[in-house]
Design a protein around this ligand. Structure first.
Ligand SMILES: Cc1cc2nc3c(=O)[nH]c(=O)nc-3n(C[C@H](O)[C@H](O)[C@H](O)COP(=O)(O)OP(=O)(O)OC[C@H]3O[C@@H](n4cnc5c(N)ncnc54)[C@H](O)[C@@H]3O)c2cc1C
Ligand SMILES: NC(=O)c1ccc[n+]([C@@H]2O[C@H](COP(=O)([O-])OP(=O)(O)OC[C@H]3O[C@@H](n4cnc5c(N)ncnc54)[C@H](O)[C@@H]3O)[C@@H](O)[C@H]2O)c1
Length: 471
């Protein structure tokens, strides 16, 4: 058996693990990186990249279908397998950045196998025993397969298999109306499938209901059947013909089934008990992302059981690099983390929603808005659906919600403001190029000052005096 000693042993080469590996190795630490499946993890292979590529193909088809601005609408000729080639090409284009070669080039020792604890200070990886000063568990998550009656006997897809499907599903039934469910529903609909979403409570329930309502109207307008408040209880059928029955007694039939009901943290292979690492559904960590029971161990990304996004994985990586490599105190915060759902229109959030802000700040809250319908660029491009809504407390933004074109880009300004404690004045004072959608953000910031400026009688009296005496 080979024995390896290192400074940092990272388990999982997804967004979280790779970010720690590259940062720590480039700063001079001796790093071992272990990956049991595919380099790049979920985001590259089964998550963000393939989903955004498929969404882009759907958007293309929709542009043709919709026509407008003098261009005749036409039925798009969709080659579903070619759309999947595009998905594959996007993954291939990005894969070198996550490859063994790149990381070995940075001085990381990469081992392709599964890792498990054998003691609080050692992991076993195949025939190798690894002793490390610090372990970083970045094992990610997998699709949760719920205990729905009959599911074990019916063919179904998850995010790990749906992108390999090369024949267009006639009618895709999606169980779960979260981020995955709604993004995949619209992409498939636009590529020519019938789509039904069966959601147990409310679709996109973590987002602002007013913004979600606008998105739902568009999705339903495109012909997606979205059934809310219907928990899937039983499935029957075979290849090409599946039926979902709900607790409420309704049933929905289609040709293919996608399960998108949430995530399960990958802990099974780690033998956490042997490592003395406390866990429930995720690894138990404090805000420092350090195990509460084994101080050599950190958990980051999806494995930390907090918000599950690629940018959060990257952020966690920065926090632990600071702590492990420099020995400095570091904590992961959550109040400044944005997210976006890449439907059309996009939906994005950072900080508190309006409801959360009302609960937390009561009478101190002011909500300011800007409408896409009043933005010049949105009008020139016929993208007038949506709004920017900013929650402000004593001159500082505490949350922002955007639904509309490029919401995922526009939310960045509010993420910057909240992360850095900027005041609304900073945004109102910024000069932006005209005509841009970004001006929506400035308009919302200006809306905060308008009543203070233009509805201020004292100020008006002062202006009157100045005007009287100015030469
Ligand atoms: C369909 C879909 C779309 C998404 N879209 C977005 C998006 O647009 N934007 C966004 O921010 N987020 C998105 N996400 C979420 C994002 O993909 C995850 O938050 C992110 O990939 C988490 O990174 P991670 O490094 O924590 O885990 P992962 O990427 O899951 O990596 C963990 C790795 O650890 C390996 N591993 C596990 N156990 C062991 C072991 N014992 N030994 C060795 N290796 C092990 C796994 O094989 C895996 O490769 C999406 C997710 C899905 C499913
Ligand atoms: N754009 C993005 O950033 C993006 C995209 C996709 C996924 N993700 C990440 O992946 C995570 C997982 O996404 P997800 O959509 O699988 O989970 P989710 O938790 O966001 O949504 C799951 C939905 O399934 C519903 N549900 C659960 N059991 C059900 C049942 N039996 N019948 C009907 N409905 C049921 C829930 O009520 C919930 O609305 C997200 O939370 C996010 O962190 C991010």
């Amino acid at each position: 058996m080979e024995r390896i000693s290192c400074d940092i042993c990272i388990v999982g080469a997804g967004s979280a693990g790779l970010s720690v590996a590259s940062g720590a190795a480039q700063l001079g630490a001796d790093v071992v990186l272990i990956e049991g499946r595919k380099m790049g993890g979920d985001c590259l292979n089964f998550g963000c990249v393939p989903s955004k590529a498929l969404i882009a193909a759907g958007k293309h088809a929709q542009t043709v279908r919709k026509g407008g601005m003098g261009v005749a609408p036409a039925a798009p000729q969709v080659d579903f397998a070619a759309a999947k080639d595009h998905v594959e090409a996007a993954i291939e284009a990005l894969a070198p950045a996550d490859s063994v070669e790149r990381f070995e080039g940075l001085g990381v020792r990469v081992i392709r196998d599964w890792a498990r604890f054998v003691s609080p200070t050692e992991m076993q990886v195949g025939e190798r025993r690894i002793k490390a000063r610090r372990f970083v568990l970045a094992t990610g998550s997998s699709p949760l397969v719920p205990p729905i009656e009959g599911l074990d006997a019916v063919p179904y897809f998850t995010n790990e298999t749906i992108f390999d499907l090369r024949e267009r599903p006639e009618h895709l039934i999606v169980i779960g109306g979260g981020n995955i469910g709604m993004e995949m529903a619209q992409a498939h609909r636009r590529l020519g499938c019938k789509v039904t979403v069966v959601e147990g409570s409310r679709a996109l329930a973590k987002d602002d209901p007013e913004a979600v309502a606008i998105l739902m109207e568009r999705l339903r307008g495109e012909g997606i059947e979205i059934v809310e408040g219907e928990q899937a209880a039983r499935v029957t059928g075979q290849d090409g013909a599946v039926t979902v029955e709900t607790e409420g007694g309704r049933s929905f039939s289609g040709s293919h089934l996608l399960i998108a009901v949430g995530r399960k943290v990958n802990l099974d292979r780690l033998d956490l008990d042997a490592g003395g690492v406390k866990h429930d559904r995720a690894i138990e960590v404090g805000d420092d992302l350090r195990s509460t029971s084994n101080r050599r161990v950190y958990a980051i990304g999806d494995a930390a059981g907090r918000l599950q996004f690629t940018h959060v994985a990257g952020y966690h990586a920065g926090v632990v690099v600071r702590s492990i490599v420099f020995g400095l105190p570091a904590k992961a915060k959550q109040h400044h983390i944005p997210w976006a759902t890449y439907t059309d229109p996009e939906l994005a959030q950072v900080g508190l929603t309006e409801a959360q802000a009302r609960e937390e700040h009561g009478g101190n809250l002011e909500v300011v808005r800007a409408e896409y319908a009043e933005n010049d660029r949105a009008n020139t491009e016929d993208r007038t659906t949506g709004f920017v809504k900013v929650m402000v407390v004593r001159g500082k933004p505490v949350g922002a919600t955007i639904v509309g074109a490029q919401a995922g880009e526009l939310i960045g300004v509010w993420a910057l403001a909240i992360a850095n404690g900027l005041r609304m004045k900073a945004l109102a004072d910024t000069v932006l190029p005209y005509p841009t959608l970004m001006e929506l953000n400035k308009k919302a910031a200006s809306a905060y000052f308008s009543p203070r400026l233009f509805g201020n009688d004292t100020l008006k009296s002062v202006v009157g005096l100045i005007q009287k005496y100015l030469p």
